[in-house]
Write a protein that binds this ligand. Structure first.
Ligand SMILES: Cc1cc2nc3c(=O)[nH]c(=O)nc-3n(C[C@H](O)[C@H](O)[C@H](O)COP(=O)(O)O)c2cc1C
Length: 321
């Protein structure tokens, strides 16, 4: 999620779930091909499996970018056909590509020819005045013909005229049934659903209808929920018994990054929701907010923040609540 997630966030989410596939925020082909690649695309081995999401609509540039990302070790290439921002639209990519299914098909085919790892697409059910029955079917047919390995559908339209990107994540109504119907029409295609899924329990219910669930805001804002993914969705033990234990398991990563010169705040900004609803959570957040930004802030800030949390309740009973 642009502006929110980064590799430190993914390394943190990985201590909460070993099984989930993690995605980067959208990175444009221009940035991949001409930007500071080390900064934009670097990731730690801890993050696997990790997909990189590309933004673009030039098949050649996408193929070249996909090859670079595959060579760097990403596990999947995902094409963004869902972002409604003006900037993206001016570049003729993101959600406006819902109106150009043949071009999306060409993009997928070019990337498939360039890499051996899965190539997937994240899209909306339609844009503006499109009929979602037709728009989603047409796009799906185009990418299936091109050999797409999976589709992730944000189950609402994007209104490119009149709504801001933020409004486009909340105002157009969710239509989960449209995605379920798509799955029934394409039983061989791996289809994941996205949009407004607020808990892992809700995610598990969607899995009766589709193959996968993508969670955005809930995962970021209340990361403790991710501890329930491995047991509830994959039927295996969680990586750690509590949010506290998971955070302690993140410490070695934090210490490694501090030693490389990463600021503590760059990592702690992603963990603020970890103890949501637990006594002491506010003191935890406050301690981090005040101290993690100070020059030279080190791991002691995190340890001291953790000492504020009264987390007798943060075992898995809390997670299931
Ligand atoms: C701050 C922010 C940035 C986002 N950036 C991206 C992005 O880079 N690529 C993408 O496919 N979706 C992006 N999204 C959309 C989410 O991936 C997701 O589709 C949307 O928020 C609905 O799912 P949710 O209700 O689980 O959050 C972003 C959402 C937010 C809140």
């Amino acid at each position: 999620m642009m502006e929110w997630t980064d590799r430190h966030c993914r390394a943190f989410h990985r201590v909460l779930t070993r099984q989930s596939l993690l995605y980067t925020e959208m990175i444009t082909t221009g940035a991949v091909l001409r930007g500071d690649r080390a900064r934009l695309l670097a990731f730690s081995a801890d993050e696997h499996p990790v997909a990189v999401q590309l933004g673009g609509s030039d098949p050649g540039a996408l193929a070249q970018s996909a090859r670079i990302c595959s060579d760097l070790g990403y596990d999947e290439i995902n094409l963004n056909v869902g972002c409604p921002s003006d900037r993206v639209r001016d570049g003729r990519f993101g959600a406006c590509l819902m109106a150009e299914p043949a071009l999306v098909g060409e993009c997928v085919a070019a990337m498939k020819a360039a890499v051996a790892i899965p190539v997937t697409v994240k899209c909306r059910i339609g844009i503006d005045n499109q009929d979602p029955e037709a728009s989603l079917d047409t796009l799906t047919r185009a990418v299936v013909t091109a050999g797409v390995d999976a589709l992730i559908v944000h189950a609402r339209k994007a209104w490119l005229d009149g709504l801001s990107p933020k409004e486009n994540r909340d105002i157009p109504p969710l239509d989960y049934d449209r995605v379920y119907r798509l799955k029934r029409a394409h039983p061989q295609l791996e289809i994941s659903i996205n949009g407004g899924i607020a808990s892992v329990e809700d995610a598990a219910r969607h899995l009766a209808h589709v193959d996968g669930v993508m969670i955005g805001r809930a995962a970021y804002q209340e990361p403790w929920r991710l501890l329930a993914v491995d047991p509830l969705v994959h039927g295996v033990a969680p990586p750690h018994v509590s949010p506290r234990a998971a955070l302690e398991a993140y410490f070695p990563y934090v210490e490694r990054e501090l030693a490389r010169g990463t600021r503590l705040h760059a990592m702690t900004r992603h963990i603020l929701g970890l103890f949501h609803g637990v006594p002491g959570a506010r003191a935890f957040r406050r301690h981090i907010a005040i101290n993690a930004v100070k020059p030279g802030a080190g791991i002691a800030v995190l340890r001291d923040a953790l000492a504020q949390v009264m987390d007798a309740r943060t075992d898995l009973a809390h997670i299931a609540a």
